[in-house]
Ligand binder design. Structure first.
Ligand code: PRX
Length: 681
């Protein structure tokens, strides 16, 4: 167990000013930048002027009447009265700008030949995207009756059909709810039911680390659960990716290619004119309760935010090859694999498989193969790659890279330095962009798009974007001093912000705005952070019961409610434990029912159960520790602080404040159990 303290490690870097040599003549003096930033958040007018400038770069079917309607906080509405459509921005508008035959998507499949060359590469031009998404939209409308406002659930792997279906539903003014293909049948079912989807789009399977995973079987399982809950899925569209035999229900299931076989090549479906404040998609994310939250995003505000960050944070240019390694099933993939790059007419890269298949240099080989210029990935992946010799990567030509960013969890300074050196040759912009599913797009980071940068610092998240004010508060809502830890809040509305939680506006207010309600309308992020003396933000990790396992966001309550469904489990409590590669893993303390005994087999059985109910992301690294009782206060509250200390192998702290002797003993016992479990791994 390590004594690594992220706060101390980051504090050490407060004064590490790094300027990549190629930027040495293009540097903002920090205070000059700070002043510029402050001007943009001075008042409502400055905020509006800042964002309006970017909105003016996009085409609108109808221009907005009001930039920001803040008459009903926290339900802010952006570019009110304006009309646009994400599909229009990503395809039609690109053709209008002369990008008809520019490659929009480069897709590489996972399987390789005997020389480790990819067996399949597909390149789709903007014209291909335009035509295919029109055809799919036409098919959905004419054959399946999809109309404006309907929500479709996509459970698809990283194949080009996913963005094509996204664009098709946007054309129709329908909405998507994408469920990451690593989620279990149960997680998928909950999301299908909540969205009320009657159509699910999936694939027969996917390749992952050389193996085939049968997605369709998971969908069938999910549909059974939906039926038990009284929700009917009418149609399952299946894209043929693998070609193996799969279970089939001929009344409900239909192949994508068969649905498309008689759709003419050149059908056109007019883009629906959507109100800027209409919604474009929902995406479920985890919170502190067991029930996932349907984060609902707008059309116009979302578009402006994602567009602006493509220009500023990624400095996107026509000749760039842009690669965000995230799965499209997460918000990062929505905004920076699909909508952002396409809206800015870039070439976006999609890779189907694992970063280490057939070897850890797969990503480096892809960067070399296509001359990737902008790269965006997660710290977990960087830490995994770091375990191998640098030559694995540097033997590939990585010299095309000019901006490399990270996202999803804090990047420890050591990983940042490695990434900057090995991938960035110490001469690129390298920043950790902080944001969330709820923010729609990037909120902090360096902005080379200005043509100048303020100095880099290893591990920092940099300044918030202009037009956005962030603060770090103590429990009462007082700003803490520079360098002190507190809760990160966003104090001003921004265009990419979620509109509400789907069908649950009360929860939207409660989760994000209740905490500091007395101080006004501050968006509570749920993160611990500090702001240093220069004004740079440093995010330290979650402050609530949400874990980030390899950058994937999952609530401990979700894990507990999944494990408790197993017939052997009486009670369970889950906490996070820091992990040198994954950032965090789950430790689950389990009390078994009478008649069940702790054993290696029981651990395996519970892990299998977790895999089926929550999915492999959590299950594969979860540690299960059996205890006889959970440490609780007299009022019955589980003492998580204690469990976390136990998990981290840290002193239990001031145990005299604990209310129960038994709890102290149990915690100590649990500590021994976890220690032994860790020693075994
Ligand atoms: O804890 C923060 C962490 O990820 C959380 C949001 O997770 P999710 O909605 O899944 O979105 C992830 C990708 C946008 C945040 O509350 N997080 C995200 N980016 C960073 C980060 N923590 C530190 N540094 C980052 N760059």
């Amino acid at each position: 167990m390590s004594d690594f303290d992220p706060m101390e490690a980051m504090k050490k870097e407060f004064e590490s000013y790094i300027i990549p040599p190629s930027w040495k003549d293009r540097v903002w003096e920090i205070n000059e930048y700070r002043k510029f930033h402050e001007e943009t958040v001075k008042d409502k007018k400055s905020i509006e002027e800042w964002w309006e400038r970017w909105a003016n770069e996009l085409p609108w079917f109808k221009k907005w009447e009001k930039v920001l309607d803040d008459s009903n906080p926290p339900f802010y509405r952006w570019f009110v009265g304006g009309e646009t459509n994400l599909a229009y921005l990503c395809t039609d508008w690109q053709l209008e700008q002369g990008r008809k035959n520019k490659v929009a998507i480069i897709w590489e499949g996972e399987p390789v030949d005997e020389n480790n060359e990819p067996k399949e590469v597909r390149k789709l031009t903007y014209y291909d995207l335009y035509r295919e998404s029109n055809r799919i939209a036409y098919m959905l409308r004419e054959k399946l009756g999809v109309k404006k406002g309907e929500i479709l659930t996509f459970y698809l792997p990283m194949i080009p059909e996913l963005p094509l279906y996204m664009l098709a539903v946007q054309r129709l003014g329908a909405k998507h709810s994408i469920v990451f293909s690593g989620f279990s049948a149960e997680a998928l079912a909950i999301r299908i039911i909540d969205a009320g989807a009657r159509i699910v789009v999936t694939a027969d399977g996917l390749y992952r680390r050389g193996k085939v995973l049968n997605l369709k079987a998971i969908v069938d399982e999910a549909i059974k659960i939906c039926e038990r809950e009284g929700h009917k899925v009418e149609k399952v569209i299946v894209v043929k990716r693998i070609g193996t035999d799969i279970p089939w229900n001929s009344e409900r299931d239909v192949w994508h290619h068969e649905l498309m076989s008689d759709i003419p090549k050149n059908v056109k479906v007019e883009c629906e004119r959507l109100g800027s404040e209409d919604f474009s998609f929902i995406l479920y994310t985890s919170g502190t309760t067991g029930k996932p939250k349907g984060v609902q995003h707008s059309v116009g505000g979302y578009a402006v935010h994602v567009y602006t960050t493509m220009k500023l944070i990624f400095d996107i240019k026509d000749e760039d090859i842009f690669w965000c390694t995230a799965d499209v099933g997460w918000i990062t993939g929505h905004s920076y694999v699909v909508y952002g790059p396409l809206m800015t007419g870039a070439t976006t890269l999609m890779y189907e498989g694992a970063p280490d298949y057939p070897d850890v240099d797969r990503w480096a080989s892809i960067i070399e193969r296509y001359g990737v210029t902008i790269f965006y990935t997660a710290p977990t992946a960087i830490r995994m790659l770091m375990r191998f010799p640098e030559e694995k990567y540097t033997k590939h030509d990585l010299s095309t890279l000019r901006i490399i960013n990270s996202v999803g969890e804090p990047i420890n300074p050591e990983a940042w330095r490695w990434y900057y050196k090995v991938f960035g040759r110490e001469n690129v912009v390298c920043t950790s962009t902080w944001w969330m599913t709820e923010t729609g797009g990037i909120i902090t980071g360096h902005s080379p798009g200005f043509g100048k940068i303020y100095p880099l610092k290893p591990g920092t998240n940099g300044f918030p974007l202009p037009g956005i004010k962030m603060e770090v508060f103590d429990d009462e809502g007082n700003p803490v001093k520079p360098g002190e830890r507190g809760y990160l809040v966003i104090s001003t509305p921004w265009p990419g912000m979620l509109m509400t939680l789907f069908k649950d506006p009360e929860r939207y207010i409660q989760v994000y705005f209740e905490k500091y309600r007395k101080r006004g309308w501050h968006f509570y992020t749920g993160d611990f952070a500090m702001i240093d003396h220069d004004g740079y933000v440093w995010v330290l990790g979650r402050a609530d019961d949400v874990l980030k396992i390899a950058g994937h966001r999952i609530g401990t309550a979700e894990i507990e409610s999944a494990i408790i469904k197993h017939p052997a489990v009486a009670e369970a409590a889950c906490v996070g434990k820091s992990d040198p590669i994954k950032g965090e893993i789950a430790i689950i303390y389990v009390v078994l029912k009478k008649g069940y005994e702790p054993s290696e087999e029981m651990v395996a059985e519970l892990k299998k159960h977790l895999r089926a109910t929550i999915g492999p992301v959590v299950a594969s690294d979860a540690l299960i520790a059996f205890v006889e009782v959970l440490p609780k206060t007299r009022s019955g509250k589980i003492m998580r602080r204690l469990l976390r200390a136990v998990a981290e192998g840290k002193p239990l702290g001031d145990v005299t404040t604990l209310e129960s002797e038994v709890a102290v003993e149990e915690a100590k016992k649990a500590y021994e159990i976890v220690k032994r479990a860790l020693e075994r791994t």
